[in-house]
Design a protein around this ligand. Structure first.
Ligand SMILES: Nc1ncnc2c1ncn2[C@@H]1O[C@H](COP(=O)(O)OP(=O)(O)OP(=O)(O)O)[C@@H](O)[C@H]1O
Length: 663
């Protein structure tokens, strides 16, 4: 696959993607977790790459969100969804959802969302999700006691690539191999021709090394599991809490994980512990054993009366004999007892096995001496023997555990990926539940004269500045081009926001916060927020240029414009808006223009522009009581008109009545 052809993928990223097994499948599936496993790719980058690949697959040009305000609404939607994730992965994965005009993409996400909405956001599952994150390749492994050896330059380069944790050495012949075997505990020869070569040391011939990396470097899989242990355990907990299918035997997985230390060493093996302790304690034990022997002998001497005949004594003195000979003559048994006690102490305190005890016993000599001393050389032999035993045991355990864990690597990856995907689904499910959503229905686009537009029943926007529970449900539908009039603060802007939100969600393939929604599949969303006041000539000109583009291009757009009149003086505004409406009407767009100049625009327009109105149903304690659902084909009375009307009712002078007639 040509990774460079994916938008935003440079050469470096393309290279790291191509190092990934199965990158094509991951891209096609938008599998951010798998993509994030490529060297040097973060989840955020992976999400962007997946988004590009998805767009390409569905022929989406990425133009759906055509204005800043439209993009803002999408960002708000993403925030609402992201707030409902537990893992960073799910946050990033949600960014692969985007509004689009592509029917196939919408359908794909709708199928996912429909399943997601069935998911039960059980607090126990959410709790367990807290510890889950994408698995990371093991890092920081450096094995010094093992090396690879080859006589072949190509093989050398390949092995260096495949086994960055090991030294790779070039050897010419058996002699070279023998030399290496002296510096490394284990040498793995890669060339077939070394089979049967007889050299001293631990030399293995493995021409198939690259196919069995976990055999050659068991540290790799051990470090992978050690470094990702928390995440894997959490993913297993998620599976149990959510009742998901588990792709391996959990007890064996958990058991294997408890046999691993954080740094990838194997723990919990009695024999290894015994050997490790024996190596560590050997010096101290010998020194204690020495004291034991000396105490023993001292006590024995103290308790004994040594009788020696004068002639014997004289001859001893004349021979220049030292106390040793006296010892050997008179106290042989006592010495033997003392040494036996020392040996017993040594063997017992180090829990030595018979072969090891044979060496240990020779640390104390059978020849009597006082004080009792020990043989340094023998002690060093014991130490070497114990160390070798310990290292053999450790590597054997590593190999065995690595073999168990190798088989669990795929299931562990699968469990973590599934748990992370579950978090994405649960975010959608919680969104749908929190905002009482339903799945929108797409209807055919209608025809040029009568676009299908949208129809919302019981829509409530989670983006309002009031709590969601306090939002009044809004019913509103538009097909074709419409003006939306209404009292100040009646909810016109909020209505446009709701329409934009619903359409963005629907075209992302997601459920919408309404009882029922029907809409056509719009080609683009153009949403213009209210301008902050009269524009200077330059800004006004560029706004007009924007609208020139708006009326020229794709059909079936949804255009939402909030109080465009404020950009310039009212008379000119009405004429400009009327002109834009005419052009939009010609190209079967659906448009809602919020305006206080509905009458003037209608007059200036060359066709019958529909006007809907958000009405105040009255004044209550000086506050407007508003019906938030726009009334179709109804020019809403303005706030001033309502107030004049109220005053007219309270005043008999006739002044307010005459004012009222002017409206
Ligand atoms: N559906 C609703 N439910 C509850 N409150 C709402 C709803 N719609 C709007 N509001 C409240 O009314 C306030 C004013 O709404 P909005 O700004 O949309 O009115 P507007 O008609 O656009 O005002 P203006 O005439 O100033 O442009 C909002 O800030 C919100 O608090």
């Amino acid at each position: 696959m040509e990774f460079e052809a994916i938008p935003g993928v440079g050469e470096k990223t393309a290279k790291s993607l191509s190092e990934l097994d199965d990158a094509e499948r991951a891209l096609a599936a938008g599998d951010v977790a798998a993509l994030a496993r490529a060297p040097g790719l973060t989840e955020g980058r992976a999400a962007a790459i997946a988004r590009g690949a998805i767009r390409r697959r569905h022929g989406d040009d990425g133009d759906f969100l055509a204005t800043d305000r439209a993009r803002e609404v999408y960002r708000d939607v993403l925030s609402l969804l992201r707030e409902r994730t537990v893992t960073t992965y799910a946050e990033k994965r949600l960014e692969t959802l985007f509004p689009t005009a592509s029917a196939s993409r919408i359908e794909e996400v709708r199928a996912f969302a429909a399943e997601a909405m069935e998911r039960d956001p059980d607090p126990a599952v959410l709790d367990a999700l807290d510890g889950v994150a994408s698995l990371e390749p093991a890092s920081g492994i450096r094995v010094r006691e093992r090396c690879l050896a080859t006589a072949d330059a190509e093989r050398y380069a390949a092995a260096k690539d495949a086994f960055p944790e090991l030294s790779v050495e070039v050897v010419e012949d058996a002699r070279g191999l023998a030399e290496l075997a002296r510096s490394y505990a284990t040498v793995v020869a890669l060339d077939e021709e070394f089979a049967g070569v007889d050299v001293e040391g631990d030399v293995r011939v493995r021409p198939d090394a690259e196919e069995h990396p976990d055999d050659i470097v068991p540290e790799r899989v051990l470090a992978f599991f050690a470094q990702n242990r928390g995440r894997i355990r959490a993913a297993a907990d998620v599976h149990e809490a959510a009742g998901m299918d588990i792709p391996c035997d959990l007890d064996s997985l958990r058991d294997a994980l408890t046999r691993l230390d954080d740094d990838g060493t194997v723990v919990g093996d009695e024999e290894l512990d015994r050997l490790t302790n024996a190596v560590d304690d050997a010096d101290a034990a010998v020194s204690t054993a020495e004291s034991v022997a000396n105490d023993h002998l001292r006590d024995a001497i103290r308790e004994r009366d040594v009788t020696i005949e004068g002639t014997d004594f004289l001859s001893l003195v004349e021979q220049g004999a030292r106390v040793d000979s006296l010892l050997s003559r008179e106290l042989e048994d006592q010495y033997a007892g003392a040494v036996a006690a020392a040996r017993e102490h040594l063997v017992e305190s180090l829990s030595l096995r018979p072969e090891e005890a044979d060496i240990a016993n020779r640390i104390f000599s059978d020849d009597p001496s006082f004080p009792v001393g020990y043989d340094e050389e023998m002690l060093s032999r014991l130490r070497t023997e114990l160390k070798a035993g310990r290292d053999r045991r450790a590597i054997r355990l590593k190999r065995e555990l690595a073999a168990d864990l190798s088989a669990l690597r795929d299931p562990a990856n699968e469990m973590v990926t599934d748990a992370l995907e579950l978090d994405v689904e649960l975010a959608v499910s919680r969104f749908a539940r929190d905002f009482e959503c339903s799945m929108p229905e797409f209807v055919e686009g209608g025809d040029a004269d009568d676009p299908a537009g949208f129809a919302i029943e019981g829509g409530r926007s989670p983006l309002l500045d009031v709590p969601f529970e306090a939002a009044d449900p809004v019913d509103y539908g538009v097909s074709g081009v419409t003006l939306l009039s209404g009292v100040n603060s009646g909810g016109k802007t909020s209505t446009l926001d709701l329409v934009a939100l619903v359409v963005v969600l629907a075209q992302m393939g997601l459920p919408v916060p309404a009882d029922r929604v029907e809409l056509e599949r719009f080609s683009e969303l153009h949403y213009y927020a209210k301008s902050q006041g009269t524009l200077d000539a330059g800004a006004f000109e560029s706004t007009l240029r924007d609208f020139r583009e708006l009326v020229d291009g794709e059909t079936d757009r949804l255009v939402l414009v909030d109080e465009l009149e404020s950009i310039t003086e009212p008379g000119a505004s009405a004429k400009i808006i009327a002109g834009i409406l005419e052009a939009l009407d010609d190209q079967s767009s659906t448009a809602v223009f919020v305006s206080h100049l509905a009458d003037e625009i209608r007059e200036a327009a060359g066709f019958a522009v529909a006007v809907d109105g958000i009405e105040a149903v009255g004044l209550e304690n000086g506050e407007l009581v508003v019906n938030r659902s726009p009334v179709k084909n109804h020019l809403a009375r303005s706030t001033p008109e309502l107030i004049v009307e109220k005053l007219a009712g309270e005043d008999a002078s006739g002044f307010y009545d005459r004012l009222l007639e002017k409206f």
